[in-house]
Design a protein around this ligand. Structure first.
Ligand code: ADP
Length: 314
């Protein structure tokens, strides 16, 4: 109640699948712009849940890092709607830059800056025992100074989407790791590292690496483009609840360095080594966020572009 009265809600900025976003400011300071994100909560699940979510989101407020969107406040309004008061970032997201192939030019140095920012954000989340679970270019917002900010923590989403099966078509699956596609119930921070690897690949290709139309099709594309999971490359995979055996066209050996150099040559052989470490099928062999930051690619030429020199829209 107190927090709600601190902010004034202004014009609507946009609308996503799960939320309506408004411009806002502190009541006693019209210059202090914020984005107020009102989460659409399924009516059947409103009772009580909003308070739980508020409690859980409170600890995200303490996650303060230059590459994570600031969550200033969380409150539930009159009708139990969940409202997040977020840092205002009007410069769009990384997806807009990737897609604008005609207008926006960039190379390995820019990719290195963006991936470094993302890597530090993910490492910081994991250090604080938070998994993001929904890393994708559209959740990487751009600040006025060029800094990339990881946004849209999956929590609000799982809250507004208790029927996972029902709405799984609308959730982007292109960045989802194979263990989640196979229905693993125990997983670690390396789920986010896979998604980071898919963003890395997409920054280079300027299109998503594997655009599955269903969860099974996503797994098929992973088999074809990365390699088919089996007991040899991923001990235990066949025991996962949703494990599916792939054969014929979809039974492919894990792609080697030559394939990666041919497709992702822009980042050089050291960069390709990092990408392969992130897109490792077995989540236990995949790099951790810490190992990503310790990789030698960051210190290899070219040096990352200074953030003020990064390309931007408009
Ligand atoms: P989506 O991720 O599907 O775009 P969101 O609900 O996250 O949906 O956001 C809807 C729209 O609101 C975005 O496309 C963007 O235009 C705007 N928006 C979201 N967050 C912010 C923010 N922190 N600052 C400024 N605009 C935002």
């Amino acid at each position: 109640e107190e927090t709600r009265q601190k902010y004034v809600k202004g014009k609507k900025l946009g609308e996503g699948t799960y939320a309506i976003v408004y411009l806002g400011h502190l009541k006693d300071d019209p210059q202090s712009l914020v984005a107020i994100k009102k989460i659409k909560v399924n009516t059947e699940y409103r009772e009580g849940l909003a308070m739980d979510a508020v409690r859980e989101l409170k600890h995200l407020q303490e996650l303060s890092h230059p590459n994570i969107i600031a969550l200033h406040s969380v409150f539930s309004s009159r009708n139990q709607n969940l409202n997040l008061v977020l840092e205002y970032l009007p410069q769009g997201d990384l997806e807009m830059l990737i897609r604008d192939v005609e207008g926006i030019r960039y190379g390995a140095a820019e990719v290195k800056t963006w991936m470094g920012m993302l890597g530090r954000a993910v490492w910081f989340c994991h250090e604080n025992f938070v998994l993001h679970r929904d890393i994708k270019p559209n959740n990487l917002l751009i600040a006025a100074d060029g800094e990339i900010k990881l946004a849209d923590f999956g929590l609000a989403r799982s809250f507004s989407d208790p029927y996972r099966g029902m709405t799984s078509q609308v959730i982007t699956r292109w960045y989802r790791p194979p263990e989640l596609l196979f229905g693993a119930r125990f997983y670690s921070g390396t789920v986010d590292v896979w998604s980071m690897g898919m963003v890395f690949a997409e920054l280079i290709l300027r299109r998503p690496f594997a655009m599955g139309t269903t969860d099974i099709n996503q797994l098929e594309l992973i088999c074809q483009n990365i390699g088919t999971p089996n007991e040899e490359n991923w001990p235990g995979v066949t025991k996962l609840e949703g494990y599916v055996k792939f054969d014929n066209l979809n039974s492919q050996p894990v792609k080697g360095r030559d394939f990666y150099l041919g497709t992702f040559g822009l980042i050089g052989s050291v960069g390709v080594d990092l990408l392969m470490a992130m897109l490792t099928l077995d989540p236990r062999k995949r790099s951790t966020a810490r190992q990503v930051l310790d990789h030698k690619w960051w210190a290899t030429d070219p040096r990352p572009t200074a953030k003020r020199d990064l390309p931007r829209k408009g």
